[in-house]
Write a protein that binds this ligand. Structure first.
Ligand code: LLP
Length: 432
């Protein structure tokens, strides 16, 4: 990498003399050297996010009650990011066998991994048990039986917690709210009680240790968590009164990041509820933040291909599309979009779109943005979470490159897929 933009020890994404940088590196150099579309992550921002949460909890909670932060790696499962978080002391929340294999490759120890997948399949359960994961969060009775059967085959005892559905609406969008009774996630209080009983009394290869809950994503008010915590506390007391042991409590993730002008969760308030409601239960606390760790640490760089003007609109046509970042198309979500070189010309109103053949391939409608022309590079901000991890090959578009920056260091952490690689696993039958 040449021409790095030395600016001292800056972290994150910021403007220096009119040019946007990631840590000490100019984004224009990255775009030039690695091409676009291109995800860029700042390692230092991820560290900062992790430490801020860890510190808020440390201040609020008793010394002997250090929560295990299990990064929800569905947000971004690149193995370099996993390694970075492992080195910070993070555990991991996984939802598939693929994520398990990634976590092992990144150096995680099974005993810091919690599987929360919905509809865990046999192969995944077997792999998790062989890797000695810390815990399965159980979603349903049949799933629990399957875990017991496979654990018996392997001569193991699986630690399980039951996911409680608190019937609370939390989260920034209908599609990412998970704690209402009509959602597919979790079990009612009555069902948790029955399952706990069944597991303790009849399923000898299970070790039920507690409860879990995750109500949704982008939860910005600490008070939203409170009724859920209270339900966990009540349930714990009910279970203990019936002689069951409850030693672990997974209180989920769902912390918001800045996309536009959202209110962030006040961690001190949040940690206060954890201290007041969960800590007195004397359980090992576990948490599953995903977006919070990586969301603001990543951007998607894209080149302006064309400006297309029609009688009613001005389209900024990018080389990135919904295949690279599907959040705006799927959730109508907002991502700030900024040219990486500041320009003082008057703003224009654009519809900012990708090259995919769908009208839904739109990043922003009626967005004010400084004047850009073909060849300019823009950054789609706050794209570190659920960006690359939800990317696809739609329209036979190869997956974009991922870059990590850390101070002056720059590295490719995932090469851009080639068109050949995209077709590598396809075959034409010889009878055709
Ligand atoms: N734990 C469980 C059980 C989850 O289902 C999730 C997210 C998390 C933790 C992490 O939630 P977070 O801290 O990241 O909010 N694709 C959507 C978000 C889907 C979230 C799915 N579950 C988006 O782009 O907004």
């Amino acid at each position: 990498m040449t021409n790095t933009h030395q600016t001292g020890h800056q972290t994150g994404f910021y403007s220096h003399n009119g040019a946007m940088c990631a840590d000490n590196v100019a984004l224009s150099d990255i775009a030039e050297n690695y091409g676009t579309p291109c995800y860029v992550y700042s390692a230092s921002v991820i560290r900062k996010q992790y430490k801020a949460l860890e510190n808020a909890l440390k201040h609020a909670l008793p010394k002997n009650n250090k929560p295990l932060l299990c990064y929800a790696c569905k947000a971004n499962s690149n193995i370099a990011i996993l390694k970075l978080l492992k080195d910070l002391g993070s555990g991991l929340e996984i939802v598939s066998q693929g994520e398990l294999v990634r976590s092992i490759k990144a150096g995680f120890n099974g005993n810091t991994i919690i599987s929360t997948s919905f509809g865990k399949n046999a192969s995944e359960i077997r792999a998790c048990l062989k890797a000695g994961i810390l815990q399965f969060n159980v979603e349903a009775s049949d799933e629990m039986e399957m875990i017991n059967t496979i654990a018996r085959e392997l001569g193991k005892k699986a630690q399980i917690a039951f996911r409680l559905n608190p019937d609370i609406s939390g989260g920034g969008h209908n599609k990412i709210s998970t704690g209402r009774k009509e959602d597919k996630f979790g079990n009612s209080a009555e069902d948790v009680l029955a399952l706990y009983k069944l597991a303790t009394q009849d399923m000898h290869n299970l070790n039920p240790v507690g409860l879990s809950m995750h109500i949704g994503s982008q939860v910005s008010q600490a008070e939203t968590f409170k009724p859920g915590f209270e339900k966990l506390s009540e349930m714990t007391k009910t279970l203990r009164a019936q002689g069951f042991k409850v030693t672990h409590m997974d209180i989920g993730g769902g912390f918001p990041i800045i996309y536009n002008n959202e209110t962030l969760l006040d961690f001190d308030d949040y940690a206060g509820w954890v201290r007041d409601i969960i800590a007195p239960l004397g359980v090992q606390i576990q948490m599953e933040p995903g977006r919070y760790m990586v969301g603001n640490a990543g951007i998607l760089l894209s080149r302006v291909e064309y400006i297309k003007t029609t009688p009613s609109r001005k389209f900024m046509v990018l080389d990135a599309g919904m295949n690279d970042l599907i959040r705006p198309a799927l959730y109508d979500s907002y991502h700030a979009i900024k040219p990486i070189k500041e320009n003082s010309s008057p703003t224009q109103t654009y519809d900012i779109v990708g090259p995919i053949c769908e009208s839904g391939d739109i990043f922003a409608k009626n967005r004010e943005c400084s004047n850009v022309t073909s060849g300019d590079i823009v950054a789609l901000m706050s794209a570190g979470a659920y960006g690359f991890s939800m990317a696809s090959n739609y329209n036979s578009s190869p997956l974009p490159v991922e870059i990590m920056v850390d101070g002056d260091n720059v590295a490719v952490i995932n090469k851009a897929q080639t068109i050949e690689e995209m077709m590598e696993r396809e075959t034409i039958p010889d009878w055709l």
